[in-house]
Ligand binder design. Structure first.
Ligand code: GAP
Length: 510
């Protein structure tokens, strides 16, 4: 299946089964905004829980907060978002389509990177385990030629974007022969900067004084509470503050389903460290975060790191964890070394000291910060798109299955009576009663067993329990595994242990 077709199928599957709906659909929707349905919100809550448990509960030196979306407007002046939270935009005069100039260039660079990957794959196929990828990349003429092109483009992009040289960015697009994917022409406008923050007015007063912003990142709510949390929580450096919450950005090119939205959710953690130790912690968090992802079992090859070329105005080092989405490798999470930029700026703009007294060093300083920032909606898309499969079975029939990590599945168990007679529904309810306090269960008695199994496969339920004639005689049931489709007969008493073993989050967290 083509990857783009996979995205289309995922979108329609997500809608059909109550995961994600276009927002205000009865009014034809609102672009780049989506609503999570009954199953989507369960999956989302489970992702949040995995993140929160692993970041907050598994670290004695990390605590979580929940700050307001609206913040004093000076926050955004101090953070640099009023002046520098811009995207460089360019329009194609023929198609009238608008693009982010840096994304057009990055996509062009990706073509050379794909050529290198293709050469490497050929080598691996030919020589197997004996193939030395590093040596190949360092010596193969085709790889070296493509790598040199990538390096040249990235250097020019970093220079032009870094110096706000918008004409230089446009020249780079022209020189590379980048054309609009719709019109196929290079009839480009000038490049312009566009601020991404949404603004509104506070109360009844209009005008600049009352202008407030919808936060474009949750991080600033953490920075302004740095001392509140440090003092009341008696936190000692190094320590972290985490939060999950909504963020808003007026994205110009908002597309690809829930990948790029105007209203989305972030899971962010700011880790406060001694100045000079930030690179050690930056490397530490890069490793921690990639491990968190890999434990989900979505496929280790689906992740890669990408170092930022153009650093955000606050960072001295930054890398993305990219995921192999249906649209190719794209940013899923960012790990940023934010220096002391934010706290210093808030000190300056608020006139309040935001320093930490380090007893070991016997001095005060403004801590440095390493941030991990992941989009919850992107994580949702990564999980659902890589778990979705349309399988042809041995008997020639097909099934749509969501092989979700069991700990994240909306329902862990479906409990089904074989028929609606002979006391089976009552027995099924009785079994469900023993499970529902620990596992999200669904009761299902409608249609044939085969149809019911398909329905549960399609929503990713790891286990189906069937109450049948034998249950009524010996208190055993069949338990069917979503992935293998195998059924096993077990006693009702054993169910809790079997399910718990497979769906528990503990294994992911350890
Ligand atoms: N506090 C740092 C920060 O906000 P970012 O790289 O701009 O950094 C962090 O955003 C993460 O938020 C991204 O890696 C992505 O997963 C998610 N994100 C950013 N913009 C988004 C959008 N428009 N829609 C969905 N997720 C988005």
């Amino acid at each position: 299946m083509q990857k783009e077709d996979n995205l289309k199928e995922v979108i329609s599957h997500a809608k059909e089964y109550g995961f994600v709906f276009p927002s205000s659909e009865i009014y034809d929707g609102l672009s780049a905004t989506y609503d999570y349905g009954q199953l989507g919100s369960e999956l989302k809550n489970n992702i949040k829980s995995y993140w929160w448990k692993s970041m907050v509960q598994m670290h004695e030196n990390i605590v979580g907060i929940d700050s307001a979306i609206f913040m004093h407007p000076t926050t955004w002046k101090a953070s640099g978002h009023v002046d520098a939270f811009n995207d460089p935009l360019i329009d194609n005069k023929d198609s009238k389509k608008r693009y982010r100039a840096d994304v057009l260039i990055e996509e062009h660079v990706n073509k050379y990177a794909a050529k290198i990957e293709k050469e490497v794959k050929k080598g691996i196929k030919r020589f197997g385990d004996d193939f030395d990828v590093d040596q190949f990349k360092a010596t193969n003429p085709n790889v070296l030629r493509n790598q040199s092109k990538i390096d040249d483009i990235e250097k020019r992009m970093a220079e032009t974007l870094g110096n706000d040289d918008l004409e230089g960015v446009r020249n780079l697009i022209i020189d590379l022969g980048i054309v609009c994917p719709i019109s196929g022409t290079s009839n480009w406008t000038e490049v312009r900067q566009f601020n991404l923050m949404f603004s509104t007015e506070l109360g009844s007063v209009a005008g600049d004084a009352a202008k407030i912003y919808l936060r474009p990142e949750t991080a600033q709510g953490i920075f302004v509470n740095f001392l509140n949390v440090q003092k009341t929580g008696r936190m000692k450096i190094p320590f972290g503050i985490a939060q999950i919450g909504k963020a808003f950005r007026n994205e110009i090119v908002a597309r690809q389903f829930i990948f790029r939205m105007r209203e989305f959710e972030q899971m962010e953690m700011q880790f406060f460290v001694r100045p000079g130790e930030e690179m050690k912690w930056y490397e530490y968090w890069k490793e921690q975060r990639i491990n968190w992802h890999k434990k989900l079992g979505l496929g280790e090859d689906n992740y890669r790191f990408h170092d930022h070329i153009k650093l955000a105005h606050y960072a001295n080092a930054a890398a993305d964890i990219e995921f192999n989405f249906p649209m190719g490798f794209k940013e899923l999470e960012g790990i940023h070394s934010r220096t002391d930029f934010d706290l210093m700026q808030h000190e300056e703009h608020s006139g309040k000291k935001l320093q930490y007294f380090d007893h070991e060093l016997n001095k005060s300083y403004v801590p440095y910060v390493v941030e991990t920032s992941i989009g919850l909606d992107r994580m949702f898309l990564a999980i659902i798109s890589s778990s979705y499969k349309n399988e042809t079975l041995e008997d020639g029939s097909s099934r749509a299955v969501l092989s979700l990590p069991p700990a994240l599945a909306p329902y862990k168990v479906a409990v089904m009576p074989l028929t609606r007679k002979e006391g089976m529904p009552e027995k099924a309810r009785e079994v469900m009663e023993t499970l529902k306090y620990d596992f999200n269960c669904q009761y299902d008695e409608k249609d044939s067993p085969g149809k019911r199994y398909r329905r549960q496969d399609a929503i990713g339920t790891p286990f189906c329990i069937m109450i049948d004639h034998q249950t009524m005689e010996d208190n055993t049931v069949t338990i069917r595994d979503r992935d293998t489709m195998e059924q096993e007969r077990v006693s009702v008493e054993a169910l809790h242990g079997i399910i718990s073993e497979k769906v528990s989050m503990t294994k992911l967290l350890k």
